[in-house]
Design a protein around this ligand. Structure first.
Ligand SMILES: Nc1ncnc2c1ncn2[C@@H]1O[C@H](COP(=O)(O)OP(=O)(O)O)[C@@H](O)[C@H]1O
Ligand SMILES: [Mg+2]
Length: 472
């Protein structure tokens, strides 16, 4: 096989990769990247520490039961309600449930107060979240170049338009598979896509021939390190030729399809195929558009091209919803294509918003509460806080000096696990400023002077007025 192919095989005017998860969503999940599941044994018992989860064994086992119910389709029309103090792992549990349901199961987190907007109806916000939590796995066979990146060399040339600037005229990419290597000379737009995916030498990528879309599959496992926990995914060196036909699996959500079709733009990928079918220049996702998308999706499913994957919608601070939302939720839970619904709250008895006199447990009306299975999370011990801080320091690639872990564990026990975790990043900045690569106890001490934890702050104010209506 020739390794010096210098053709320009990929079309100009490349389109960006079709589905990019919204930045807001991924940044909300990032603090939980050490969580890989519920960490249960096949019998459903919780390993003391497993899958990145420390302690909280009762709640994890209870969630394991829920996962079984969902998998055996006995959970429809119901919801899981997580109750517990802030920072006790409610969001982490919800994410772990989604992970236990399968890889790439959509997880759509929102906060109750998000429904209050002056532009969009409350029920619309809820409906959209539900659509974003229903995944669609689409299989298509496409012509691609795939391999481990061995070379990534942009070639610059004088820009003829501006006297002094330089532009990238093309980029040379070397791709390696088990069978051989190939050098591609590619259009600068593809270089932009490569930069966007943050591809570096040693990553396994593929480039779609027709669209020029670049997808980073993961890091080649030749580069794997010995950590047990890392946010990186390692993949084997691809087999076969660099240039081949490959069955691509694309994961989108109904919400993505709604949005893509609300602003049709034309193109060749599946998102805009649908766009051209429902072309009308709409800019808003309407019920009618949703029904049309559903119809097309059903067609794809019937043809065996796509598979529906119900995900998890997670509504944090559920007590912030009002009676209108709760009523609508009852209806949503009943719909045939509903995702799994998980609520979380840290409130005890409170007034149901939007009513003047209905006080209910967790501020949730009893008819909805009736559908909920309730799981309580416990406070963490100092030792458990220490373990989680340790896990996070590995994932974030931070080195801790002696005594730092103990110190952070103590901080966490006094205030909350989240507070302890949140000290990590600023502490590493202080360490950097001091010219160290390792966080030392003095950095934590300095932070104590700079910032207050919630309890100290409340005590300073004098009234401790933050606890109104809370159970804990
Ligand atoms: N038992 C646990 N094991 C490991 N990490 C945890 C655990 N509980 C919470 N965390 C982590 O602590 C942080 C705060 O937890 P979170 O789930 O956001 O709390 P909550 O939603 O109850 O306020 C997150 O980064 C989360 O991943
Ligand atoms: Mg939370």
């Amino acid at each position: 096989m020739s390794s010096a192919s210098t053709s320009t095989p990929v079309a100009h005017n490349a389109l960006p990769p079709p589905s990019v998860p919204s930045a807001g969503r991924s940044s909300r999940i990032a603090p939980h990247s050490h969580i890989k599941g519920l960490g249960l044994t096949p019998e459903g018992l919780a390993n003391v520490d497993g899958a990145g989860f420390v302690g909280q064994t009762n709640a994890r086992e209870a969630c394991g039961v829920i996962v079984e119910l969902i998998k055996s389709r006995k959970f429809s029309g119901r919801a899981l309600l997580l109750v517990g103090a802030p920072g006790t792992g409610k969001t982490a549990l919800a994410l772990a449930v989604a992970q236990e349901l399968g890889s790439k199961v959509p997880f759509c987190p929102m906060v109750g107060s998000e429904v209050y907007s002056t532009e969009v109806k409350k029920t619309e916000v809820l409906a959209e979240s539900f659509r974003r939590a229903i995944g669609l796995r689409i299989k298509e066979t496409k012509e691609v170049y795939e391999g481990e990146v061995t070379e990534l060399t942009p070639t610059e040339s004088e820009n003829p338009l501006s006297g002094y600037g330089k532009t990238v005229s093309h980029v040379v990419v070397g791709l390696k598979t088990v069978k051989g290597t190939k050098q591609l000379r590619l259009d600068p737009t593809i270089y932009e896509a490569i930069l966007k995916e943050r591809v570096v030498v040693g990553d396994v990528i593929y480039i779609e021939r027709n669209t020029g879309a670049v997808k980073r599959v993961g890091r080649s496992d030749a580069y794997a390190s010995s950590y047990d926990l890392e946010s990186e995914t390692y993949v084997p060196l691809p087999k076969g030729d660099v240039h081949k036909r490959k069955e691509l699996v694309q994961d989108v959500t109904l919400g993505d399809l709604d949005a893509a079709n609300a602003r049709p733009q034309g193109g060749q990928d599946i998102m805009s195929v649908m766009g051209s079918l429902v072309k009308s220049g709409r800019t808003e996702v309407t019920d009618k558009l949703r029904r049309e998308v559903n119809k097309i999706v059903k067609g794809y499913v019937d043809q065996g091209v796509a598979e529906v994957i119900p995900g998890v919608v997670f509504i944090d601070e559920v007590h912030m919803l009002d009676i209108e939302c709760f009523t609508y939720l009852n209806a949503l839970l009943e719909s045939p294509m509903a995702p799994t619904v998980i609520f979380a709250t840290n409130r005890g008895n409170s007034l149901v918003r939007g009513t003047v006199d209905i006080v209910a447990p967790h501020g949730i009306p009893v008819d909805l509460l009736d559908r909920c299975m309730i799981v309580k999370t416990e406070q963490y011990t100092r030792e458990q806080v220490g373990k989680v801080v340790h896990l996070r320091s590995i994932v974030e690639g931070l080195k801790l000096g002696s005594g730092v872990l103990e110190r952070l564990a103590a901080e966490g026990e006094n205030s909350s696990l989240r507070y302890a975790l949140q000290l990590l990043t600023p502490a590493s900045i202080l360490a950097n400023l001091a010219g160290r690569t390792q966080i030392e106890v003095e950095d934590i001490g300095e932070m104590g002077e700079l910032f207050l934890d919630a309890k100290t702050s409340a005590a300073n104010i004098g009234q401790g007025g933050f606890d109104g209506g809370k159970m804990w």
